[in-house]
Design a protein around this ligand. Structure first.
Ligand code: NAD
Length: 343
């Protein structure tokens, strides 16, 4: 049993805390909560232990929540901290709290790679986090790309180059600030290519990122060039149908279509956790393969955070850990039901 806390209870933190709370080998010490708000009320009603800054203790008590202690006490009682603070605040937490306390920590993709000893994706490099002190779970976009590229690298040794156009969501659904309302912004040679390399090594990849004014999902158009004939559509379906964290959707035609099925299937928070590979976008032509994926940004990194904890603690091997994480999140069931809906 390993004691873990979540520092930062926002979009990612609340989902990771729920998942860790269901893991049989993890004791969820609690979460940090800085603001006494509606999210705190919901967490309290779910029985999640909340640790707050000393100066906010009375404000929480006034709203009927008795904090379990201070943020500092939460970190002291944990073996590993999952840091889910806003971009670039994780590194500050590392320097000011985790390092002085000699505490192991997992960071998120909004931090630079050098915040950690290793950048992590469970399917690609599970063992690299073993016994490490600092691990970074890569961003939602990079996680989606790693789940697609790694199985292809396992199947083919003649991949010559990969080009990806990422159409990013402008904001999360709960974000009232967001991106430009009437414009698509772009970034050539975006950082995503290098980010994938932090996990998979020096593979030949280039990315361009577009930010679009919608909140549902990221969409990636991926092109792979092979030295030999590209895999056929049937080959692609065979490779990815074996992947437990890829949903192979045959008939979806929009992100709205995908999220509506997540709603209709009653998935909590509409969380799909899987990367969706859209089989109806697969084109194999000579040495080139193109296909599109959709990335549910709020949930895709949740299983990776759980596996990072297990790998760091050396509790299970890759297959056992990913299997257990899939089980507690119901990923087999979600994959089967999404694939059936879009068969
Ligand atoms: P968020 O803004 O939704 O939540 C961050 C939470 O951290 C808030 O509750 C905030 O009050 C709290 N916080 C503020 N200062 C803090 C501090 N110093 N220490 C601890 N907590 C603090 O952010 P998010 O979307 O959950 O993103 C968290 C991290 O996950 C970022 O690195 C982000 O890049 C990454 N990430 C986000 C997404 C996404 O789509 N939202 C996907 C993958 C990765």
């Amino acid at each position: 049993m390993i004691s873990v806390c979540v520092n930062g209870y926002g979009t990612i933190g609340k989902r990771v805390a729920d998942a860790l709370g269901r893991h049989p080998d993890v004791k969820l010490v609690g979460v940090s909560k800085f603001t006494p708000d509606a999210d705190a009320r919901i967490a309290a009603a779910k029985g999640i232990r909340m640790f707050v800054p000393n100066e906010n203790h009375d404000a929480f008590v006034k709203m009927g929540i008795v904090p379990a202690g201070t943020v500092e006490e939460m970190i002291d009682s944990s073996d590993i901290v999952v840091d889910a603070a806003p971009d670039k605040k994780g590194v500050k937490n590392k320097e000011e709290i985790y390092m002085p306390k000699n505490k192991k920590a997992i960071f998120q993709g909004g931090e630079k790679e050098n915040v950690a000893e290793v950048s992590f994706n469970a399917r690609s490099n599970f063992n690299s986090a073993k016994n490490k002190n600092y691990v970074r779970v890569v961003s939602c976009n990079t996680t989606g790309l790693c789940r697609i590229i790694k199985p292809m690298l396992d199947n083919r040794d003649d991949l010559e180059k990969i080009s990806v156009s990422l159409i990013r969501r402008g904001a999360d659904p709960n974000d009232s600030k967001g991106s430009a309302l009437n414009s698509v912004e772009w970034e050539a040679n975006s950082h995503h290519a290098h980010d994938v390399q932090t996990v998979l090594g020096p593979i030949p990849i280039k990315t361009t990122a577009f930010k679009s004014p919608q909140t549902l999902m990221h969409v990636h158009s991926i092109s792979m060039k092979f030295r030999g004939p590209a895999p056929s559509k049937e080959d692609v379906e065979a490779i990815y149908s074996r992947e437990s964290r890829v949903a192979l959707l045959m008939t979806a035609t929009s992100t709205a279509d995908v999220i509506e099925k997540a709603r209709d299937l009653g998935l909590a928070r509409n969380d799909i956790f899987l990367v969706n590979l859209h089989a109806n976008t697969v084109i194999s032509d000579g040495g080139e393969l193109s296909m599109s994926i959709t990335v549910p940004q709020e949930s895709i990194v949740v299983p990776e955070n759980v596996d990072a904890v297990i790998s760091m603690a050396g509790l299970m091997d890759q297959e056992t850990s990913m299997g257990m994480t899939n089980k507690i999140l119901g990923l087999g069931n979600i994959k089967a039901r999404m694939e059936s809906a879009f068969s």
